[in-house]
Design a binder for this molecule. Structure first.
Ligand SMILES: NC(=O)c1ccc[n+]([C@@H]2O[C@H](COP(=O)([O-])OP(=O)(O)OC[C@H]3O[C@@H](n4cnc5c(N)ncnc54)[C@H](OP(=O)(O)O)[C@@H]3O)[C@@H](O)[C@H]2O)c1
Length: 244
């Protein structure tokens, strides 16, 4: 390890959707902070690649595959994860397009992955965190949950719901030591649609999209004791897009 101060030493972190993009960057950063990371995703090869990346840097990680659109798999993931100290609900996907073009199956898939899965992971893991004296949950929302982006009604709806759940979970679990926060990224260069990301980035005060590592920094901060007085917050990491 190159980091000298490891504020998550001895802690376990489950990062959903850690095989790619923001989740992958967060898994790497949390491991550098000393956490043993459970790398989750669907693709075992990409999962093992991320585990290898972490181990090569001197960290600890293992991969658990689960399809979060399947409630049985969500339950199995929670059982296999056991008692975690940090949960990053990052896995999800977006759909942009005319409202009339969204079919029912895709609408349901958006809410299954982006809302139902985080809900039942929190239901399974937050009480265990509370019983162990506390923990930190970070939900990856989106600026699409608080500004009206044309074509993002359903996706934005999933992320606004996640931010609302974050506040309720803070009220429910923080009295027992579990901090619950959300990060709401603006456009981030990841796997999806670079042209749309570029165009959205140009509409922010900073005039650009983010790198995944810039969002992961916020997630990692919220996971650490340095964020000890923050709960129920949705932190905008959007280049100022929702501020002006
Ligand atoms: N990129 C942006 O501009 C942006 C902006 C705001 C918010 N966000 C949010 O940030 C989060 C991460 O986005 P990203 O851009 O980093 O995504 P990404 O690169 O496409 O990665 C998505 C990750 O989620 C996993 N995943 C998706 N659906 C899943 C399912 N049903 N079951 C299990 N795993 C699933 C994928 O796993 P496998 O590939 O292994 O299947 C992958 O690891 C998402 O919640 C997204 O909505 C992104």
């Amino acid at each position: 390890m190159t980091t000298t101060h490891q504020s998550l030493q001895g802690r376990t972190a489950l990062v959903t959707g850690a095989t790619s993009g923001i989740g992958r960057a967060a898994a790497n950063q949390l491991a550098r902070e000393g956490a043993e990371v459970i790398v989750h995703g669907r693709d075992p090869q990409r999962g093992e690649d991320v585990v290898a990346e972490i181990v090569q840097a001197g960290g600890q990680a293992h991969f658990v595959a689960a399809d979060l659109s399947d409630p049985t798999d969500v339950r199995r993931l929670a059982d296999e994860a056991g008692a975690v100290d940090v949960l990053v609900n990052n896995a999800g996907f977006s759909w942009f397009g005319p409202t009339a073009d969204l079919d029912v199956a895709t609408y349901d898939a958006l809410f299954d992955s982006n809302v139902r899965a985080p809900y039942f992971l929190v239901a399974a893991l937050a009480p265990r965190m509370a019983a162990n004296g506390g923990g930190s949950i970070i939900n990856v929302a989106s600026m699409a949950g608080s500004v009206g982006l044309a074509g993002a009604a359903a996706y934005g709806g999933t992320k606004a719901t996640l931010a609302a759940m974050t506040r309720s979970w803070a009220a429910e679990f923080s009295p027992r030591g579990v901090r619950v926060n959300a990060v709401a990224p603006g456009p981030v260069y990841t796997a999806a649609d670079p042209e749309r990301i570029e165009a959205l980035g140009a509409t922010t005060p900073l005039g650009r999209a983010a790198q995944a590592e810039e969002i992961a920094q916020v997630i990692t901060f919220l996971a650490t004791p340095a964020a000890g007085y923050i709960t129920g917050a949705t932190i905008a990491a959007d280049g100022g897009r929702t501020a002006v």
